[in-house]
Design a protein around this ligand. Structure first.
Ligand SMILES: [Zn+2]
Length: 372
């Protein structure tokens, strides 16, 4: 056999081996390479999207209604169509030359997408060096730890209804149910600023959240008003600009400081707030707003309660929390009808369930933005 022919055969064999080879992947901070399996489909090398996700820290979601596959990686969104080589990224259309394939409800992307397109889209995070795909995986910054803060407790009963029911007991009962839903159905860690009838100062509540590096903070309260007809649900997030109604709720909740934490304390919180509120909350204001909206919409729809809106107020308990934070007023204990509802176990269940749905929706959205 002539030498040149021999070389061609060797090259062909090498190429065939290339086609079958899995992709070697090295994750940053790891010393050993991993293998990303490739499979031959329609004569081309493909990788299972399910195998790619743990390496990229990405999430794939299939929308069966519009027959699309969404891939969220490094905080960006890809949209693929089964059997199409075209995909959208950052509102631009790209061609990966071979189509996305779907077999038995499993998606496969062409190997070329992984080796050529990914380094192109994420030059800082994905590169090929010496035939090894090197990936700097984004940190897992998804919502994993939630602080629930049942308002009042111990010597501070919160608002008290006509029939003698106390806000602190309602807040705790709903928070405990919500904790169960979150842990069981969302697999997150839930920490409580109090899980029994004890007094916890407002600053200790936010300190607890910050010390435990919580991802979100949810303070649960029951409202009261001199007007017996006042009723409905309100959800707050922090602001210094506010309406007169927000001022009323704020005065009610912040009043606890002077009554139960001593006279000098109010000044301390005000000074502290001045320094911290800007610093800590500006960054989280937008997300606090989104969390408030998600929870509030679910609460109102699920309980069919009166909608008093999503509001901004300057609650002590929300200041200084270094995370998206909201305060929920579940209804008016000063209103005879709502006092009965709020102390009803089934209604408390429904409150917890609808808050859960709102937090879940926020988590899904937030995790996607922050690219798990
Ligand atoms: Zn309260």
């Amino acid at each position: 056999m002539p030498k040149s022919k021999y070389i061609i055969i060797v090259l062909l064999l090498a190429c065939a081996a290339c086609l079958d080879a899995d992709i070697s992947v090295l994750l940053k901070n790891e010393t050993k390479t991993r293998q990303l399996e490739t499979v031959q489909l329609e004569g081309r090398a493909y990788v299972r999207v399910d195998n790619l996700n743990p390496l990229l820290g990405s999430i794939a979601k299939c929308e069966y209604q519009d027959n699309r596959m969404y891939l969220y990686a490094f905080g960006e969104q890809f949209i693929f169509l089964p059997d199409s080589a075209y995909y959208s990224f950052n509102n631009e259309v790209f061609n990966m030359h071979y189509p996305l394939l779907e077999l038995d409800s499993t998606f496969y992307l062409p190997e070329a997408f992984v080796l050529e397109q990914l380094p192109l889209h994420f030059p800082d995070s994905v590169a090929i060096k010496a035939n090894v795909l090197q990936i700097t995986k984004p940190k897992d910054r998804s919502v994993q730890r939630i602080i629930l803060d049942p308002g009042h407790g111990g010597k501070d009963p919160g608002a008290v209804g006509k029939c003698g029911f106390r806000e602190k007991d309602i807040n705790l009962a709903v928070a405990l149910k919500l904790k169960q839903f979150l842990e069981k159905e969302l697999g997150v860690t839930v920490l409580m600023t109090r899980s029994d009838d004890r007094f916890v100062s407002l600053s200790d509540r936010t300190k607890f959240a910050n010390d435990n590096r919580a991802d979100i903070f949810v303070s649960i309260h029951t409202n009261a008003s001199n007007s017996r007809s006042a009723k409905g649900l309100e959800t707050y997030y922090l602001s210094t600009a506010m309406t007169s109604e927000a001022r009323a709720a704020e005065a009610l909740e912040n009043g606890v400081v002077e009554i139960y934490e001593g006279k000098g304390e109010k000044q301390k919180y005000d000074d502290l707030a001045f320094i911290l509120s800007d610093l800590s909350q500006t960054e989280h204001l937008e997300n606090s707003n989104i969390l408030a909206t998600s929870v509030h919409q679910n609460l109102v729809a699920g309980t069919r309660g009166s909608d008093r809106g999503i509001k901004q107020a300057n609650f002590y308990v929300l200041r200084g929390a270094f995370m998206p934070s909201i305060l929920i007023e579940m209804g008016f204990i000063s209103n005879a009808d709502e006092e009965v509802l709020l102390t009803n176990k089934d209604y408390q269940d429904r409150l917890a369930r609808t808050m859960f749905e709102g937090i879940k929706r926020f988590k899904y959205r937030f995790d996607r933005i922050r690219s798990v």
